[in-house]
Design a protein. Structure first.
Length: 280
């Protein structure tokens, strides 16, 4: 049920992904869910293949992909492209997501003829929520947005951290899982400051004209529940939904390598499928 694909964005950057789609004869084209991973995430991390598989079993097309500058290389498992990670920006991720959506719309993804590009949902996790909102709020065919453990602002660095970042020219980020040091170039900070208004997530959700579901664990150790509540509260009434996952952490208990779904992850999937069934 999974078919790999590769494409290039307008800047020539390589995007690798997978399509999950049921093989059914004479089936009508399926609505599509495009999944956006977060910071230090990748399409094959933990729950992403499981989530895509569950979506396909529910008769949605599911697309999971790596942002071109997420740092994961050709082996799809390890951060071997730290030069790219160092200069990854929200704008670059927006370009990547738009490229995936464009490829879907013009039929350049595997199985495109069996997917309905006029019925798309974007599902982001953590920082991937920002990219999904900023692109999906105005992209043709996107009918609903879903935030899993989503951030409410892309500016997450205190003033002293920014000062040190500028002085040194890079910001060391430690990957808690691998122990790797993954530096961010000062150009990433400059991009955030130049594009502060363009990357304003709360402004984007305040202007939404499509339904938006926020799914957040009440024990999220990385992105506080208050950020999920802020996303929900900033969305126009009648379009917003908020689902708290009791006991849910940032990844709803999932780990990498994936050890199977937890009750919290199953609940996040359940409410997501319920939402999609009435919005796509």
């Amino acid at each position: 049920m999974s078919t790999p694909f590769a494409l290039h964005n307008p800047s020539g950057d390589l995007i690798r992904g997978d399509i999950h789609l049921l093989e059914k004869e004479n089936a009508t084209p399926a609505p599509v869910v495009v999944i956006c991973h977060g910071f230090k995430g990748f399409k094959d991390w933990g729950f992403f293949p499981y989530l895509a598989q569950r979506l396909a079993e529910a008769e949605f097309g599911a697309v999971r992909f790596n942002f071109s500058h997420n740092g994961v290389g050709e082996d799809l498992q390890n951060f071997t492209e730290l030069d790219k990670f160092a200069v990854n920006t929200i704008g670059k991720e927006m370009e990547d997501l738009e490229s995936v959506l464009d490829a879907l719309r013009v039929g350049r993804l595997p199985g495109s003829d069996r997917m309905d590009a006029s019925r798309i949902a974007l599902l982001g996790h953590s920082r991937g929520v920002a990219t999904a909102i900023l692109v999906g709020s105005g992209y043709p065919g996107v009918r609903t947005l879903i935030a899993w453990a989503g951030i409410s602002s892309v500016d997450r660095y205190p003033a002293p951290v920014k000062e040190g970042w500028r002085n040194v020219g890079k910001l060391p980020i430690i990957n808690a899982r691998t122990g790797q040091e993954m530096p961010l170039a000062v150009s990433v900070l400059e991009d955030l400051e130049i594009n502060r208004e363009k990357y304003d997530i709360l402004k984007a959700v305040a202007g939404l004209e499509i339904p938006f579901l926020v799914v957040h664990g009440d024990e999220d150790e990385t992105v506080p529940l208050s950020e999920g509540s802020l996303l929900h509260d900033s969305t126009p009434r009648g379009l917003r939904g908020l689902q708290l996952i009791p006991g849910g952490g940032h990844a709803f208990g999932a780990v990498h390598p994936f050890a199977g779904p937890t009750p919290e992850l199953k609940e996040a999937v359940r409410v997501t499928l319920e939402w999609l069934s009435t919005r796509l």
